[in-house]
Design a protein around this ligand. Structure first.
Ligand code: FMN
Length: 322
C-alpha cells in the first residue's frame, strides 16, 4: 500500500493518475483505469457539447463504481469550445475531480468550489503552480520537460522541477508528471516529495486504449530519442512522436521566416487522429508521445499495468529499506 495525500483526498487505491489525452481519453479507458485502482480523466474537448460529455460520463459510470474525473484543457481555439457547458455538465453529473491544463481555471473555480469539485491543475513551472494555488486549485500536477504534449518553454526536467514545486508548495498535494512509466518512477517521485504520479504515454500502450495497435507497437519500439519538439518558434511547444511529419514540421519551424500557415496542414489535429490513431499509419500525421516511450515494453491491460507498477514499486521500496 502506498497511502498519500492524493489517495486520501480522492479515495483511490493507488497514487497513479492517467491525465487527459486528446484522441485517447474516452470513458472505456477511464473506467478500466478506475477499475484498476488508479484515477483517469475523460478528455472533455473531444465532445462537441456539455450534453455529449454528460452522456460519456454516464456511460463511464455504468462501467465502474470507482472515482474518475474529467480533464478540461483550456486553450485558445479558432472554433469556440463550450467550456461553461462542460463545467456545468461535470457539476450536474456529480463528478468531483477535475484536471485542468492550458491556463489557470480562474473563471471556473467558484462554481467548482460551490459544488465540492476538487481541481488538479497541471502546469509546467513553479511560478504557474504557485499562482494557481493562490487562485484556489487543490492539487498541482507538475509536468516536466520529458512529458508528452505541452512541456512549456522553460525546459526543466522533472528531477529538478518536482522537488522545486514541492518546496514552494509544502501544503499542497503534488503529482509528478512527465516521464513516469513504472514502479521505479513512482518510488522516485515519492522520494522527491510527490503524492502521486501522472502517466499519459504509458496508458496509450494498454489493451483498453482505443487507438490503432500499430501506434501501441510503435510506442513499445520507440526509445527516449524518438520524440520531436514542434511549435517552438510559436512558443507553443509540443512533444510528439518522431516521424516523417514531425521531423518535417520541426525543420520548417527552424526557419524564422516561416509562420504557422506554413505548417498548419501538416500539424492538423484531425490528420493525426484519423491517419494515425484511427487508421494506424504512424507516419500519417502528428501524434503525441513522451520520452517515457523508452520505458514502455509491453501492451498490458490497465489492471495488469497498475498491478505491475505497484509490485515493482513495493520491490524497489523493500530494496531501499534493506
Ligand atoms: C496522446 C496524448 C494526448 C494528450 N492530450 C492531452 C490533452 O488534451 N490535455 C492535457 O491536459 N494533456 C494531454 N496530454 C498529456 C498527458 O495528460 C500527460 O500530462 C502527459 O502524457 C505526461 O507525460 P508522459 O506521457 O510522459 O506520461 C496528452 C498526452 C498524450 C500521450
Amino acid at each position: 500500500m502506498f497511502k498519500t495525500r492524493l489517495t486520501e483526498m480522492f479515495g483511490i487505491e493507488t497514487p497513479i493518475c492517467m491525465g487527459g489525452m486528446t484522441g485517447v481519453g474516452y470513458g472505456e479507458l477511464v473506467a478500466a483505469v478506475a477499475n484498476a485502482g488508479a484515477l483517469g480523466f475523460i478528455t472533455a474537448h473531444m465532445f462537441p457539447s456539455g450534453e455529449a460529455l454528460l452522456d460519456e460520463i454516464e456511460k463511464t459510470k455504468k462501467l465502474t463504481d470507482k472515482p474518475f474525473g474529467v480533464n478540461l484543457t483550456l486553450l485558445p481555439s479558432i472554433n469556440p469550445i463550450p467550456y461553461d457547458e462542460y463545467r456545468e455538465a461535470i457539476i450536474a453529473s456529480g463528478i468531483k475531480i477535475v484536471e485542468t491544463a492550458g491556463r489557470a481555471p480562474t473563471d471556473h473555480l467558484p462554481r467548482f468550489k460551490e459544488n465540492g469539485v476538487k481541481v488538479i491543475h497541471k502546469c509546467t513551472s513553479v511560478r504557474h503552480a504557485v499562482s494557481a494555488v493562490n487562485k484556489g486549485v487543490d492539487v498541482i500536477s507538475i509536468d516536466g520537460f520529458e512529458c508528452a504534449g505541452h512541456p512549456g518553454e522553460d525546459d526543466v526536467g522533472l528531477v529538478v522541477l518536482l522537488p522545486a514545486t514541492v518546496d514552494a508548495l509544502p501544503d499542497t498535494p503534488i503529482i509528478a508528471s512527465g516521464g513516469m512509466a513504472d514502479g521505479r518512477s513512482l518510488v522516485a517521485a515519492l522520494a522527491l516529495g510527490a503524492d502521486g504520479v501522472n502517466m499519459g504515454t504509458r496508458f496509450c500502450a494498454t489493451v483498453e486504449a482505443k487507438i490503432h495497435p500499430n501506434v501501441k507497437q510503435k510506442i513499445v519500439e520507440n526509445t527516449e530519442l524518438d520524440t520531436v519538439l514542434v511549435g517552438r518558434s510559436l512558443r507553443n511547444t509540443a512533444r510528439v512522436a518522431k516521424n516523417a511529419v514531425s521531423v518535417q514540421v520541426a525543420e520548417i519551424q527552424r526557419d524564422p521566416t516561416k509562420s504557422f500557415e506554413d505548417v498548419k496542414a501538416l500539424m492538423a489535429g484531425q490528420r493525426g487522429r484519423e491517419n494515425v490513431l484511427r487508421d494506424g499509419d504512424t507516419d500519417g500525421g502528428i501524434w503525441t508521445s513522451g520520452q517515457s516511450q523508452a520505458l514502455i515494453h509491453d501492451i498490458p491491460t490497465c489492471a495488469d499495468l497498475v498491478k505491475n507498477i505497484m509490485t515493482q514499486a513495493e520491490r524497489v521500496r523493500a530494496r531501499l529499506g534493506a
